[in-house]
Structure formats: C-alpha cells, structure tokens
Write a protein that binds this ligand. Structure first.
Ligand SMILES: Nc1nc2c(ncn2[C@@H]2O[C@H](COP(=O)(O)OP(=O)(O)OP(=O)(O)O)[C@@H](O)[C@H]2O)c(=O)[nH]1
Ligand SMILES: [Mg+2]
Length: 220
C-alpha cells in the first residue's frame, strides 16, 4: 500500500486534511497560497473536489499533507462521505467580513462529525483578516466559538499570506502528535490508519500534548 513497510529508508507520513466552509470564504485561495504561494483575486467557485499535496518535516521525517478542497455551494458539491473519508485534519473556514459564514460554522462541524471516522485535528479559520475596515466578526467571537468547540483558532489572509502557513502547519503538527501518541500503545489504531491511507513508519516518541493555540491578526 505504501513504502511504510520497508525497513530503514522511508520515514514518511501521509495525512488527509479537508477544507470546509461556505462559498467564497477563501478556501481555494488558502490552499493555493499554502501549496503554491499563489492568490487569485478573481477565482471561480470550486466545482467538485480538488486536492494538492504539500510536505513539511517533523522530527526529521517527511510529512505529506494531502489537502482536499471542495465547493462551499451545495449544488457544486461531490459525494460528501467520500470527501471526508479518511480525513485526519480539517480547516473550518469563515470570512471575517460576512457574519452569515461564521453562523454556518456549526453546520459544517456537524457535517464533519457525521462523516469522519477517526480523530480529526480541527482548526477554525477566520479568513480575509486583511479587510479589517469591513470586519463583521470580532476576534473574540472567533476565539469563543473555537474554545467552546475545542478547536484551534487562527485568523488568516490568503491575500497577504498572514498565518496561512502557520494554520496548515499547526494542524499537521497536531495530527502528527495524535498519531504518535496513539501509535505508542495501539496496534488497532495503526491498522485503522492504514485503512485510511495514512502511512505510518516510525513510532514517534513525542507523546506530548500541545495546548490550544490562538493566533489572530490585524486586531488591535
Ligand atoms: N481580501 C481578501 N480576499 C480573499 C481572501 N481569500 C480569498 N479572497 C477572495 O474571495 C473570493 C472567494 O475566494 P475562493 O478561494 O474562491 O473561495 P472558496 O471558499 O473556495 O469558494 P467556493 O469554491 O465557492 O466554496 C475570491 O474573489 C478571492 O480572491 C483574503 O484573504 N482576503
Ligand atoms: Mg473554492
């Protein structure tokens, strides 16, 4: 299934992460900013599903994130259960200039919880924090919701790059920590992960639990 069974050479992880949230909150631009350092001011609504892969190094191991992006608009969405299947991380995105997108977060969380089959590292993302002058959702409201739901929280801007890499990397690090901790004492979990196409090679020794992180931008 993967090179994970080979001895020695490949210390490699593959994590599936999904991006969800209402249409036009900036999901596709967050992904293109992270994966290709690109921003498109006139991007079209996503139809169906797209994904990009990006690597980072943790504890000297190559960790690949396969990040999935789908349509916020119901009519353009592909089969929902397939989108969530095997996901071990999620970014739930709203637009800080449109309160309705923030009010939808609960619905997106419900959908995520309904379809996910394992522990998911989740981050609430308030995007477009470059538009401080037309802000409609306070940093405090974002933080409180994240706290109530047990999510990480960050405000980002795909336009000026604020916190974009940080947001993805924090989720990836959290997944890695989840996996490392569980792998230490569960063969069942390991089997579960391989079904979910998450490659595990090394039983990471880092069992430490990070506390929740909050990063905002553009706030006084
Ligand atoms: N000012 C500002 N505009 C942004 C930012 N991120 C995205 N946009 C703009 O917001 C619009 C929608 O962005 P998309 O990335 O296509 O939104 P989406 O969430 O993928 O939308 P769907 O595919 O329909 O679900 C585009 O015009 C982007 O240029 C940001 O951080 N700041
Ligand atoms: Mg899109």
């Amino acid at each position: 299934m993967s090179s994970s069974d080979e001895e020695g050479s490949g210390e490699e992880y593959l994590f599936k992460i999904v991006i969800i949230g209402d249409s036009a909150v900036g999901k596709s631009n967050l992904l293109s900013r992270y994966a290709r350092n690109e921003f498109n001011a006139h991007s079209k609504a996503t139809i169906g599903v797209e994904f990009q892969t990006q690597s980072m190094e943790i504890d000297g191991k190559e960790v690949k994130a396969q990040i999935w992006d789908t349509a916020g608009q119901e009519r353009f969405r592909a089969v929902t259960s397939a989108y969530y299947r095997g996901a071990v991380g999620a970014l739930i995105v709203y637009d800080i200039t449109r309160k309705t997108t923030f009010e939808s977060v609960g619905r997106w969380l419900d959908e995520l919880k309904t379809h996910s089959d394992t522990t998911v590292a989740m981050m609430l993302v308030g995007n477009k924090c470059d538009l401080e002058n037309i802000r409609d959702v306070s940093v405090e409201d974002g933080k409180s919701l994240a706290e109530a739901e047990g999510l990480f929280f960050m405000e980002t801007s795909a336009l000026d790059s604020t916190n974009v890499i940080k947001a993805f990397e924090l989720v990836i690090q959290e997944i890695y920590d989840n996996v490392s901790r569980k792998v230490l004492n569960s063969d069942t979990y390991k089997a579960e992960l391989s079904v979910n196409r998450v490659s595990l090679v090394n039983n990471g020794a880092d069992g430490s639990k990070k506390s929740q992180g909050y990063f905002s931008c553009c706030s006084g």
